[in-house]
Write a protein that binds this ligand. Structure first.
Ligand SMILES: NC(=O)c1ccc[n+]([C@@H]2O[C@H](COP(=O)([O-])OP(=O)(O)OC[C@H]3O[C@@H](n4cnc5c(N)ncnc54)[C@H](OP(=O)(O)O)[C@@H]3O)[C@@H](O)[C@H]2O)c1
Length: 307
């Protein structure tokens, strides 16, 4: 109850920010972002577009991967109109297609750019059931699995950048408080809805995908999976965050992403869950290392399956 009242009136938390803080306010005192290169998925609208606008305002070079070049060019045009000196690169990426993720990473690597910041923001909710060309349920594939593969393939570049620049890399997974709505066996439900349209429930599928977003950051941060090169994925060079969002204005909704992506006080803070620009508690299931490791193993299998 107290928490709800605090949210509604915008009571500041330990960070000094609240549910009412805007993306611009939380980045007011952040360092000059001109040395920073950031990839932001889902920047053609909503939270991602505002995150991109504010990071460009603070000087970051942006790479905006999108499935619609036209929409991404429009985002770029809006940002350039406001901040003419911005460097913005638009590239193709459909997160629901694993081959598209692989192509994007290959194309990005060919640009020879550094990579300091990865904001896994793109997401969808759908009442309609769909299965991707890789044979994965569509919401899970878009919101989670595409980002899982994207992160996995970009890690080497991020670690290299962190080493050469001496600046910590940050990965932000945009989850949702709706992740708490999922209960049960994640892999079982995913298998069920992938195979059987009649079992599909849009809200439950969305909650599952957002829970997976949260677990991914949890498990990666703790390096519990043997598939990860533990010594390279060091806490001093890579920081993982989770941003949880509740319905609010876009510039308030983008505040948590911008806060965790830029605030210098969060150096060395790893694998934490944030809501309204303050550290918060993830759900019990979301904090389960055993479940996270299980999801990780299943994800590795899904992204390595020959088509
Ligand atoms: N808004 C909220 O109240 C809220 C609350 C909690 C969490 N969130 C989370 O915040 C994130 C952003 O939400 P939003 O409300 O800003 O969403 P939005 O306005 O609907 O934007 C979603 C973005 O994701 C992109 N996207 C969707 N499917 C994609 C795909 N297959 N490949 C590449 N990009 C794809 C969209 O691109 P297109 O232009 O191609 O469609 C768009 O840029 C999501 O992860 C969402 O789950 C939002």
């Amino acid at each position: 109850m107290l928490e709800t009242i605090g949210y509604l009136i915008g009571t500041a938390g330990a960070s000094g920010f609240s549910s009412k803080s805007t993306a611009e306010q939380v980045t007011d005192l952040c360092p000059d972002l001109r040395p920073i290169t950031a990839i932001i998925t889902g920047a053609t609208s909503g939270i991602g577009a505002e995150t991109a606008r504010v990071l460009a305002k603070r000087g970051a070079r942006l790479v905006l991967p999108a499935r619609s070049f036209k929409a991404a060019e429009e985002t770029k045009g809006r940002i350039l109109a406001e901040f003419p000196g911005s460097e913005i690169i638009v590239m193709g990426l459909d997160l629901s297609k694993l081959d598209s993720v692989r192509r994007f990473v290959a194309e990005f690597e060919s640009l020879n750019l550094p990579l300091n910041l990865l904001i896994n923001n793109a997401g969808k909710f759908s009442y309609d059931h769909g299965v991707t060309e890789d044979g994965i349920e569509m919401t899970f594939a878009t919101n989670y699995l595409g980002h899982f593969l994207l992160t996995k393939l970009l890690l080497k570049k991020m670690i290299e950048t962190a080493k050469t620049s001496g600046v910590q890399g940050r990965i932000v997974n945009v989850s949702s408080s709706i992740h708490t709505w999922f209960s049960g066996d994640m892999i079982h439900y995913l298998t069920l809805i992938t195979k059987n349209k009649s079992e599909y429930d849009g809200t439950r599928a969305y909650a599952l995908s957002k829970l997976a977003n949260e677990m991914e950051a949890n498990v990666t941060a703790n390096c519990v999976h043997p598939g990860i090169v533990r010594t390279r994925l060091t806490r001093d060079h890579l920081v993982f965050f989770l941003a949880s969002k509740l319905l609010k204005t876009i510039t308030q909704a983008a505040a948590t992403s911008c806060y965790v992506a830029t605030d210098p006080r969060l150096e060395n803070v790893n694998g934490k869950y944030f809501s309204d620009c303050n550290e918060a508690s993830a759900s019990k299931l979301g904090s389960s290392s055993a479940e996270a490791a299980r999801l990780w193993a299943a994800s590795e299998t899904m992204v390595s399956k020959p088509r």
